[in-house]
Design a protein around this ligand. Structure first.
Ligand SMILES: [Zn+2]
Length: 116
């Protein structure tokens, strides 16, 4: 299953990046472009499965934001949204110059406030 390795990878990255603060993470937001074929429900299912292995992760909320596909048209020098895999600008010029839609990245992390 593709999604479980993505989720595992996200938390491994966070563990490496924030070794001191990892336990205080309350929320993680992931941005996934539509071309990455990420399905939020499958990510949530994979996260549930990972929590069974690592119960400490149950404290964390995981949110997936889907980003639309945006391509750039050189003819009119504008960005346009690609819908239904139609890579054609409003001006009629085809373009596969993708500027957004392939990414899969951690976009936001929230930590529990320091408690004195
Ligand atoms: Zn155009």
């Amino acid at each position: 299953m593709h999604e479980i390795s993505i989720v595992r990878n996200v938390f491994e990255t966070l563990q490496e990046t924030y070794p001191d603060k990892f336990e205080r993470i309350t929320k993680v937001q992931i941005e996934a472009g539509l071309l990455s074929n990420i399905q939020p429900i499958l990510i949530q299912n994979a996260f549930e499965a990972l929590i069974v292995e690592e119960p400490a992760l149950a404290e964390i909320e995981l949110e997936v934001i889907l980003l639309p596909i945006i391509a750039h048209c050189d003819a009119c020098d504008r960005d346009f949204e690609v819908k239904r895999h139609k890579f054609v600008c409003g001006c009629g010029t085809p373009s596969k110059n993708i500027v957004q839609g392939e990414e899969l990245q951690i976009s936001r992390i929230e930590f529990l406030e320091n408690q004195l």
